[in-house]
Design a binder for this molecule. Sequence first.
Ligand code: PFF
Length: 446
Amino acid sequence: MSTSNTSRDSFHSRIGFVLAAAGSAIGLGNIWGFPTQAANNGGGAFLFVYLIVTLLLALPALYAEVYIGNQAQKNPVSALAEACGKRFNKLGKNAGIIGLVGAMMMLSFYSIVAGWMLAHALSALFELVGFSDLSAWLSTSSTLRNILFTPVFILLGAAIIHQGVHAGIERWSSRLMPLLLVMLIGLIVYILQQDGAAEGVALYLIPDFSQVTDPKLIISAMGQAFFSLSIGVGGMMVYGSYMKKGENIGKLVISIAALDTFIAFLAGLLIIPALFVAQHVGQDVFNNGHLIGEGQLIFQILPSLFSSMGTTGLIVAFSFFILLSIAALTSTISTTEVPVSYLVEDKNFNRNHATWIVSGAVLIASMTLVAFFDVLFGLVVQALTTILQPLMSLFYFIVIGWIWNRGNKITDIAVLNNNINLKLFGFYLRYICPILLLVVFVNVAF
Ligand code: PFF
């Protein structure tokens, strides 16, 4: 273990940073989570509320996270300790460690689900070349499939992470993100030409305003926005720390959120019409206005729709699951970077060792989830998204607004493109954001 760490690896360009951070944000949450939630919560109404909570709360939280990392130029544990000053140093460090635990939780379940995506992509490929039995096995969930595909996915992430911030994360994000966009648009163009699609487009785009004040809808939209922007486990903080100081963080963060929201919007435009196409060809999709089941959407309804379309359908299925795998990969690399950067900077490990140690730990954690799937899986997802992520965001607001020079650190003059009164923005972060967040948190927890 060793090598000193005199010059810190970093992103080489603003666009590299934005693509990497958008890569972290754009994941299964956008392509699977968002459309499912939208389909179950009144389509356009959900989209509308989602946009509002993103703007009011998730975007400021993302700003706070990236800003803390950028100011400190250190890994999230040290960055939070530093931001908390001498008096609250321990508190900051402990919060950083809690975030790190959150990152491990996220990786443990996300890698399993990402493994399913890889298996389904291969399933389409094998069906295409005539290995139907193998294809059927790959598209059926089983413990053995989890045991095989979760490690494959973890290895893919490790292969990128060990190459470093610029040569690994930035380079691969810059390749994979444009590819993801092209694939998504290609799939949308194909699905919108099928019979039945128009009905889905209408449901998605025309909000039913009677639903927008439903507290359950608001809370779901809020959880979705925090998960989607990867807030609260330090992934965005560590990326912010790899960006040189003095950049217009407000503007960069807006680009990240805009890209994330745009992709979620596009995913809805693919999946909701696809559901109606499936219905058109005779599949049961909705029951009392609700989707039959979240899992069934991606793993049953869409695959059987694709296979009813013959060879083209199999190519579409393969592209769709590769799209999901890519989205998942760029999300896990940001999360893996949290513990890796901590081990490298604070514990003097070299990057290679740190990558393998963290990947090994993720493998053990995810195999534990596989072993006790029915009890643990939902619990870990729930604990992370409804407790840990909102609480960490609250902590960021308190650090930025109260602990950190009582909020005077918001000296990023360029914030939000100079268009906003800085004092007002400081006030908003100090008072309004924590209160809003607490209200929602109390509603979720009790
Ligand atoms: N934002 C990712 C998604 O929408 O799928 C999930 C995620 C990534 C959550 C990284 C948390 C995180 F730190």
